[in-house]
Design a protein around this ligand. Structure first.
Ligand SMILES: [Zn+2]
Length: 498
């Protein structure tokens, strides 16, 4: 009889912002995605996520039994509470213990999680998982492009697969790659080495898209290296610059079939990355300047004003008000703003009812230091429970629950209110309540780069605006305490290959 290998699947995902006023609690994970055992298959089978990739690839392998363990994900936000982390860690370790006799584990991590009193929780978690498994049991991970990685974390296994796209549309593919190499390893067919280089730089993410610019140059090089026989995989990590931790910053990881090739490739890529760092810096217009620029374009398709400093997927509260205020004052016909996180105003709209006028104080509740609430008289156009499924390329088919939504009109401006922070990355966020973003002139979006995967075909131009917020492009706005002393672009360190 053919031997069957038992592969565990787990997912623990959070991107934590050191300067966000919001702490991430266990309820944030339970509301977003907390699944055990078979529930994991139900939630992720058929989705274009890392876990969707794990499941699809392993189901194809005749000699593998899938053992779903634990999945916990919360929207990027402030630091994770110690209590929440400990609960998830305990559930994770218990599930591994109960599964027993695992031949390997596939682990989808973000790589930029911070916990109260823990700078490198994913390293701690990997260590504890390793100690639960019999010696030599392999782990393969998928990691976000914005991961802040330490030598220690990367030392537990050579099998790390970072996303190569931003917007992240290859999560599924990296899930497949990780599953494939792990299957090869458990059958005894794999022999790989890894090389890791950490750079003293924290590039802002605004100009990190892989469609154009410096990160495209790096990813093109990564593919070129992977075309060589001795290189199995290359990951280029941008880091998450809002993490005030000693292991913040960009890095490069290479999986090679021989040690020297892996080390040489890592050195080559690290040097290239360092040499082009200045290309990551861009200067953005203010909200007012951005709006004037949008109006001057006379475009035939919508122009996007992206409120990047409050992008919920970069830990924004989704309720800062500067761009909203400018758009309400300009009162341009066919303009749409969304989505503003404001459960209180949704409640007021629900109480008033559809077609009714209602007095609201929009936004500015979680982080009033970035803009006070905007008092308005609004007409309630539509209400919804806030549940929809993504239709765009990123996390396609994944069910999203924004905890209620209201479509309101203030003068000529359509505004979408939602019950919890969510980047406007998928048009279904608007369509599910009857708003067609394609038919608008100006779209003010709480979003950064991810939305472009779905929105680029619908719009004529994207203007990133510099409004106040926790994910501001200007890193000098933050009071770092724990990052290494010499870190570009805050300082001008030197970097030499070792
Ligand atoms: Zn990311």
């Amino acid at each position: 009889m053919m031997k069957t290998y038992r592969i565990g699947i787990a997912f623990f995902y959070h991107e934590s912002h050191s300067f966000s006023p919001l702490k991430t609690e266990i309820s944030d994970f339970k509301n977003e995605g907390y699944f055990k055992g078979k529930q994991i298959v139900k939630a992720y089978k058929g989705t274009k996520t890392e876990v969707g990739g794990f499941l699809d690839q392993l189901s194809k392998e005749k000699d593998i039994e899938i053992v779903p363990l634990l999945c916990a994900a919360a929207t990027p936000s402030g630091i994770v509470s110690k209590e929440a982390y400990m609960m998830i860690e305990e559930d994770m370790l218990t599930s591994i213990q109960q599964a027993s006799n695992l031949d390997g584990i596939l682990l989808a991590l973000h790589g930029a999680m911070i916990v109260e009193d823990m700078f490198d929780p994913e390293e701690v978690l990997m260590g504890k998982i390793k100690s639960q498994l019999s010696p030599g049991t392999p782990i393969a991970t998928t990691l976000d492009m914005h991961a802040n990685l330490s030598e220690k974390m990367m030392g537990y296994t050579p099998y790390h697969f970072g996303f190569k796209t931003y917007p992240h549309t290859d999560m599924y593919l990296q899930g497949i790659n990780a599953a494939r190499i792990l299957a090869e390893h458990v059958r005894g067919d794999a022999s790989y080495y890894s090389a890791f280089r950490k750079l003293p730089m924290m590039p802002p993410s605004i100009n990190m898209r892989t469609e154009e610019g410096p990160m495209k140059e790096m990813i093109d090089l990564a593919f070129k290296m992977e075309s060589k026989e001795e290189i199995a995989n290359v990951s280029v990590f941008g880091g998450f610059p809002y993490s005030d931790i000693p292991m913040a910053g960009a890095s490069v990881h290479v999986i090679g079939r021989n040690k020297k090739a892996a080390e040489d490739t890592a050195d080559f890529l690290a040097k290239q990355y360092w040499d082009i760092r200045e290309e990551f810096i861009v200067k953005l217009p203010s909200a007012k300047e951005g709006l004037q620029l949008a109006l001057s374009l006379n475009a035939d398709k919508p122009v996007v004003l992206a409120d990047i400093s409050d992008n919920p997927l970069s830990c924004g509260s989704g309720d800062t008000t500067l761009l909203l205020r400018e758009m309400i004052e300009a009162n341009v016909p066919d303009s749409l703003f969304g989505a503003l996180t404001d459960p209180q105003s949704i409640k007021a709209c629900t109480n008033a009812g559809v077609n009714q006028m209602v007095q609201l104080n929009l936004g500015g509740k979680t982080s009033p230091e970035f803009g006070l609430p905007v008092p308005v008289i609004a007409k309630v156009i539509a209400l919804s429970d806030g549940v929809f499924c993504n239709t765009g390329p990123m996390n396609k088919h994944l069910r999203v629950d924004v905890k209620g939504a209201a479509h309101i009109q203030v003068g000529e401006v359509d505004i979408l209110l939602i019950g919890r922070p969510m980047s406007a990355n998928d048009p279904q966020l608007f369509r599910h309540i009857g708003i067609e973003p394609k038919n608008k002139k100006i779209l003010g979006l709480k979003a950064k780069n991810h939305f472009r995967a779905a929105f680029d075909p619908l719009v004529s131009k994207v203007i990133y605006v510099d409004a106040p917020g926790v994910s501001s492009n200007n890193l000098l706005n933050f009071n770092y305490q724990n990052i290494p002393e010499n870190m570009w672009p805050l300082k001008s360190p030197t970097y030499s290959l070792h």
